[in-house]
Write a protein that binds this ligand. Structure first.
Ligand code: ZN
Ligand code: ZN
Length: 139
C-alpha cells in the first residue's frame, strides 16, 4: 500500500485496497496461508512532519488443524496504527509494516474446535468423523 504524502488532504484520506498475499512475500512463511487478497482499510492523517495511519486488515485464511489435520477457513482480522515521519512529496510504502503485523499475530498452532479428537495414532483415521476399528489397540 502506497501513500502519496502530497495527496493527503487536511481532513485526512481513506484508502481501501486489496493486496495480493504474494506482494507481501508471505509465502516464504509456510504457516501463513491466505486464500484470497488481503482487504486493507486505512485512515491517513497528516500533521506536520508525520503521518498517522489507522489500519484494518481482513483476510480469509486457510488453517490446518494441528490435531486432526483438517483444513478450515477463518477470517484473520487485525487493527493497528502506524506513525511515520515524512518528507515532502514522499511516497510512503506500508507493505513491510503490514507484513510484520500479520506475522506477529498469525497463530502458529490452531485447532479446528476445542473438542477436536484428533487422528488415531495407529491408522490415521480422523476421529471427529468416526471411530476406527483399532480402538482396542489404542493406548
Ligand atoms: Zn481438528
Ligand atoms: Zn485407528
Amino acid at each position: 500500500m502506497k501513500i502519496y504524502v502530497d495527496k493527503i488532504p487536511n481532513g485526512g484520506l481513506e484508502l481501501n485496497e486489496k493486496i495480493e498475499p504474494g506482494l507481501l512475500s508471505l509465502d516464504e512463511h509456510t504457516v501463513v496461508n491466505f486464500i484470497k487478497p488481503i482487504d486493507v482499510k486505512a485512515n491517513v492523517m497528516k500533521t506536520g512532519a508525520e503521518i498517522f495511519v489507522d489500519v484494518l486488515l481482513e483476510a480469509p485464511v486457510e488453517y490446518t488443524c494441528v490435531k486432526c489435520l483438517s483444513k478450515f477457513e477463518y477470517i484473520f482480522r487485525k487493527k493497528f496504527d502506524i506513525v511515520r515521519e515524512i518528507r515532502p512529496a514522499e511516497i510512503v510504502e506500508l507493505d513491510d509494516e503490514i507484513r510484520q503485523e500479520i506475522i506477529v499475530d498469525y497463530p502458529m498452532k490452531v485447532i479446528c474446535k476445542a473438542e477436536c479428537k484428533g487422528l488415531c495414532p495407529n491408522c490415521g483415521q480422523n476421529l471427529n468423523i468416526g471411530e476406527c476399528d483399532c480402538k482396542s489397540e489404542r493406548p
